[in-house]
Design a protein around this ligand. Structure first.
Ligand code: NAD
Ligand code: TYD
Length: 353
């Protein structure tokens, strides 16, 4: 039986956070899990319907940008661990409104660090601040090479600059106040419950509805893709076995050029929708590129594999198939999140491209 813990998971109503909350609730009945989320457009409690009545689950609606609220919550609950995922997470939105990213990703993170520091006052035995970050902090790669844990930070978008800043603050609090921490930098995730502004769910939605697929630039941008449940498994591994003060890169050993990935997606979707093979390729529409678009991300995930024994559990084709099936079976979820402000966002983002 695992020991008792009181864990604050921030951003637990979002895409990755909801998978982390579910895994911890089901796997560790002895842990009390507090999901703190302000429920932005990306946060959705529907994502956690299956576990919302679990005795070890607690939801707190709060904004990490609110300094006093964070201090009060920590004073009341004395969380011994934090798994921090709450963030503004979409690069295109960061180009439109960088300050929103500074507020949540930088100031919000520092508010949590301060609340954690002030709660434990140097008495950090058995405590942990686990910060979830992205490979985008490393900037862009040329045709070869991989991001290592030692690669210099070189962020190019307001999103990645804000995440890089928050990573630096976490490390600085470790050095300055002796706060135990780990940071993980993960590649692009895909899977159930991802908001349809990111490439894969957006394109699933558009293929289904016979809408144009807006491919930025020449479509030859490269990303490494990881199934979200495998990211949640990696977070579980690092939370329990990661070494204090270390960084671990997490990735799928799975690089794809966007256009090649889109062709695989179309092939699987046409098959599942009963369309002739390749029918939806006609939806591919090249549009104006994203400014500052990073050419290639690729992760060397051998440190977490060799030191902690984690590796992905599904192939890309398997993960993609599960993901498509989920979106096709959960039309109501998709309709709920694409009603209201979504259409305004979509028209604003894609009209002028
Ligand atoms: P998401 O946008 O789906 O979810 C973010 C969640 O944070 C939402 O539930 C939102 O309501 C909440 N939130 C936002 N601002 C908040 C605030 N001020 N106070 C409290 N809650 C707030 O994001 P995601 O894709 O699940 O990403 C989660 C984390 O993982 C982020 O830190 C992101 O940088 C990181 N990450 C994401 C990916 C990816 O491919 N999606 C890859 C690597 C790392
Ligand atoms: P995205 O899912 O936004 O993740 P990130 O920018 O964090 O990597 O985009 C993944 C890739 O797909 C990226 O190269 C941008 C590209 N892309 C498009 O070509 N069209 C789109 O409509 C979107 C959302 C992304």
């Amino acid at each position: 039986m695992s020991t008792q813990k009181k864990i604050l998971i921030t951003g637990g109503a979002g895409f990755i956070g909801s998978h982390v909350v579910r895994l911890f609730i089901n796997k560790y009945p002895n842990y009390q899990i507090y999901n703190l989320d302000v429920l932005t457009y990306a946060g959705n409690l529907e994502n956690l319907k299956d576990i919302e009545n679990a005795p070890n689950y607690h939801f707190i609606k709060a904004d990490i940008v609110d300094e006093k609220a964070m201090l009060d919550l920590f004073a009341e609950h004395k969380f011994d661990s934090v798994i921090h995922l709450a963030a503004e997470s979409h690069v295109d939105r960061s180009i439109e409104d960088p300050l929103a990213f500074v507020r949540t990703n930088v100031i919000g993170t520092v508010n949590l660090l301060n609340a954690f520091r002030d709660t434990w006052k140097g008495n950090f035995e058995g405590k942990l601040f686990y910060h979830i970050s992205t490979d985008e902090v490393y900037g862009t790669l040329g045709a070869t090479g991989l991001f290592e844990e030692t690669t210099s930070y070189d962020p190019n978008s307001p999103y990645s600059a804000s995440k890089a800043s928050s990573d630096h603050f976490v490390r600085a609090y470790g050095e300055t106040y002796g706060m135990p921490y780990v940071v993980t930098n993960c590649s692009n995730n895909y899977g159930q419950n991802q908001f349809p502004e990111k490439l894969i769910p957006l394109f699933i939605h558009n293929i289904k509805n016979n809408k144009p697929l807006p491919v930025y630039g020449d479509g030859k941008y490269t990303r490494d893709w990881l199934y979200v449940v495998d990211h949640a498994r990696a977070i579980d591994t690092v939370f329990h076995d990661g070494k204090n003060g270390e960084t671990y890169n997490i990735g799928g050993f799975n690089e794809w050029q966007n256009i090649e990935l889109i062709r695989v997606l179309i092939k699987q979707m046409d098959e599942k929708l009963g369309r002739p093979e390749g029918e939806s390729e006609k939806l591919i529409t090249y549009v104006t590129d994203r400014p500052g678009h990073d050419r290639r991300y690729a992760i060397d995930a051998n440190k977490i594999k060799n030191e902690l024994g984690w590796e992905p559990s599904v192939t890309f084709e398997q993960g993609l198939s599960i993901t498509i099936d989920w979106y096709l079976a959960n039309e109501e979820w998709l309709n709920n999140v694409t009603s209201g402000d979504y259409q305004k966002y979509y028209d604003g983002m894609y009209a002028e491209r």
